[in-house]
Design a protein around this ligand. Structure first.
Ligand SMILES: [Zn+2]
Length: 394
């Protein structure tokens, strides 16, 4: 924002951002609700929505039948099919991409196995290929506002790829989009659990909660932490590495060099090892092992009981430290929690402080497997939502 911006103009831009953000998060909203929720008068709301409508970001119309008498308040909706971002997810064994409309609506998607090998180039090329493919079928008058990428911490640890490398390679891979994007349009990177936490906090199982922990399981375990309504990512974005919290000093060696890390007790390799199952495609194998446990397979049942017990052990510690009101179990931990919930609750009941455990609810992701992608899209939209009409777009 330039220093010559008048105070009135500055307030208008803030109000435009607040209004568009409200619509983006809540979906179609009546002008009457906007007036009361944003604390602005009716004529101001009318002027702001007119500006956003002229810019093609929202549209206005009569609501669906409410059954109530009287003239209905005009409803403002995000133009999800016209305004969109790209959301990407880089996991150890698979790549995903989605075109996500304003309002968090997934419009198109692609998924594939991650190309094998230690070189990031084929992976980045595959992600860029997904985007190019979806771009071809996007409406020609639609507006691209940014891109975000969720990176599994397992990629950082097992492949040793630095975020900076991934970020610059991806920016290069998406260079063809550059003419359509402004300078502040990304790609922006975030941890997979961190972005899934953001998504569930914004529009999923943790909506309205200001203290949230999202636990993501794949080859490793990571946490997305929201405390006091703010994402806690640490100095270099590596906060939330709860998988390397030492819970069992006499446990197994961890890939990080330490011993008895949480992920050596509840990670997918640990679970499959205990269940006596090979590890060809871990994600699917974990689901199969958990299903076998539900059907009474004794080895699988013992493995699930062991891992769920340790899951509760770590969750109790996190609940004591962060006092969240919502804990969400995503990735492979979703299946583990659903099958071993009794073990998790037992540990929580015996280990967490009463004041901390009394207010915590345990959930699976309301956005399901899409949570990391929807969170990556939030990064893509951030610049637009901060300053809707002047967000550095060309
Ligand atoms: Zn470790």
């Amino acid at each position: 924002m330039s220093s010559s911006t008048s105070p009135q103009e500055s307030v208008r831009r803030q109000n435009l951002g607040a209004l568009l953000r409200y619509i983006h998060v809540r979906g179609a909203t009546s002008r009457a609700e906007l007036t009361s929720r944003l604390g602005l008068n009716r004529s101001t709301i009318g002027a702001l929505t007119a500006d956003l409508a002229t810019a093609g970001l929202v549209d206005e119309g009569v609501p669906h039948e409410t059954g109530r008498a009287g003239r209905p308040s005009i409803v403002v909706r995000p133009r999800s099919s016209r305004v969109y971002g790209y959301a990407l997810s880089l996991e150890l064994d698979r790549l995903r991409a989605a075109r996500v409309g304003l309002g968090g609506k997934v419009l198109d998607g692609r998924t594939a196995e991650r190309p094998p090998g230690p070189d990031p180039a084929p992976t980045i090329a595959a992600l860029a290929g997904f985007v190019a493919d979806m771009q071809r079928t996007a409406p020609t008058d639609a507006v691209l506002v940014g891109s975000g990428l969720a990176v599994s911490t397992s990629v950082r640890h097992h492949l040793g790829w630095a975020d900076e490398t991934i970020e610059s390679e991806l920016a290069h891979g998406l260079a063809a989009l550059r003419p359509r994007l402004g300078p502040s349009a990304g790609p922006f990177l975030g941890g997979i659990a961190d972005l899934a936490a953001l998504a569930e906090h914004t529009r999923g199982a943790a909506t309205g909660a200001d203290n949230v922990i999202y636990l993501h399981g794949d080859a490793g375990i990571s946490a997305g932490i929201i405390a006091g309504g703010r994402r806690i990512t640490g100095y270099g974005g590596h906060g939330g590495e709860v998988g390397h919290m030492v819970v069992n000093p006499s446990g197994r060696l961890c890939g990080c060099g330490s011993r008895g890390c949480w992920e050596t007790e509840i990670g997918e390799r640990a679970l499959l090892h205990l269940a006596g199952r090979p590890v060809p495609t871990p994600g699917a194998a974990v689901t199969a092992a958990v299903h076998a446990a539900r059907s009474g397979d004794p080895d699988a049942s013992a493995a699930v009981a062991h891992a769920a017990d340790w899951l509760g052990f770590g969750v109790a510690n996190l609940v004591n430290i962060f006092n969240p009101t919502v804990v969400v179990f995503g990735g492979t931990l979703r299946e583990l929690y659903l099958t071993g919930a009794d073990h998790v609750h037992n540990r929580l009941f015996t280990m967490a402080l009463p004041a901390c455990r009394a207010h915590v609810a345990l959930h699976t992701p309301q956005l399901g497997d899409d949570a990391p992608l929807v969170g990556a899209a939030e990064l893509a939209f951030e610049s637009l939502l901060s300053d809707p009409l002047f967000a550095g777009r060309p």
